[in-house]
Design a protein. Structure first.
Length: 298
């Protein structure tokens, strides 16, 4: 029921927009429409923190983001409402791991669609970056990686398990409301049973960042045409999305998705009727908000 990803500027740009579009996963019902309506500004600020836009970059980057949001609102939000409706129906019964994996594949498909739609904007951004901006991007990556190491990699296994559990509980409580002490203990046991793979996630994160920086520098040095840059960026995105099936990582990702889906099922199975009712009500609020946002775009 929650997304399966844990983890950048060209690639993160599309993921950031997707997360804003699915703000229902992290915001109360009353704030979804407000957050989405201001999502273009939030995304611009997020990108600016990585590259520090110069000159007229700010104007056309804001325009590109605004147009991408308009497309997203018109074409994707009805599907998000439909996906949440599916979750509602499944929660009313006894969802299976296959149900969760089907939802995951649908979310992943929407993410890929958004990424490919944003390629022309990524091309313009990549071709405009200066060496100093690429250096700033690299420094930002390092800073965020240091934060990740402190929270999820350094320290004892107990500390890392606790940090991971706390992060997941923020989402479970959003869906189901509060949990009893007994329920939280059961969920902690289920969480700790998952492989503790923080180092692998960090390796994957750093690998993506290196590839992004290498491509950004290649484009800055070689100054390819828009068509050539589009081929380069599209190929990198396909590589990122195909990482789940890469021979050296497939077993890791398969195990992660399997353990995460089982963890989510554990939360659903221990939820009381009242807690499930809380989730149903919250999802209906999100469905109504997405439907309203979609109608406003038509």
């Amino acid at each position: 029921m929650k997304n399966f990803s844990t983890q950048d500027t060209l690639f993160q740009r599309t993921r950031a927009l997707f997360l804003i579009a699915l703000i229902a996963l992290t915001a109360a019902c009353s704030t979804i429409r407000f957050s989405y309506n201001h999502g273009d500004t939030l995304l611009y600020w997020w990108l600016d923190a990585y590259v520090d836009f110069e000159g007229d970059q700010s104007d056309w980057v804001k325009r590109d983001i605004r147009e991408l949001f308009q497309w997203h609102r018109k074409t994707q939000l009805d599907d998000y409402a439909g996906l949440l409706g599916t979750f509602q129906r499944q929660l009313a019964g006894n969802p299976t791991q296959a149900d969760l994996l089907a939802g995951y594949r649908e979310v992943r498909g929407h993410t890929e669609t958004l990424a490919m739609k944003a390629v022309p904007d990524m091309v313009d951004l990549a071709r405009s970056l200066t060496p100093d901006q690429i250096e700033q991007m690299e420094e930002r990556f390092k800073k965020k990686n240091d934060e990740y190491r402190r929270k999820f990699v350094s320290g004892s296994a107990e500390k890392r398990n606790e940090a991971r559990f706390d992060k997941s509980m923020e989402q479970f409580k959003l869906w189901f409301g509060g949990f009893s002490d007994e329920q939280e203990k059961a969920l902690r046991r289920a969480s700790d049973a998952r492989p503790l793979d923080s180092n692998i996630w960090l390796e994957e994160r750093v690998l993506r960042q290196r590839k992004i920086l290498a491509l950004a520098r290649k484009i800055a040095q070689e100054k390819p045409s828009k068509e050539q840059a589009s081929v380069m960026i599209s190929a990198l995105l396909r590589e990122f999305f195909g990482r789940l099936d890469a021979p050296e990582r497939k077993s890791f990702y398969d195990a992660y998705i399997n353990s995460t889906s089982n963890y989510i099922l554990a939360a659903i199975r221990i939820a009381t009727p009242t807690q499930k009712g809380h989730a149903q009500k919250r999802m209906q609020g999100w469905i109504d908000e997405f439907n309203t946002l979609a109608k406003e775009a038509k």
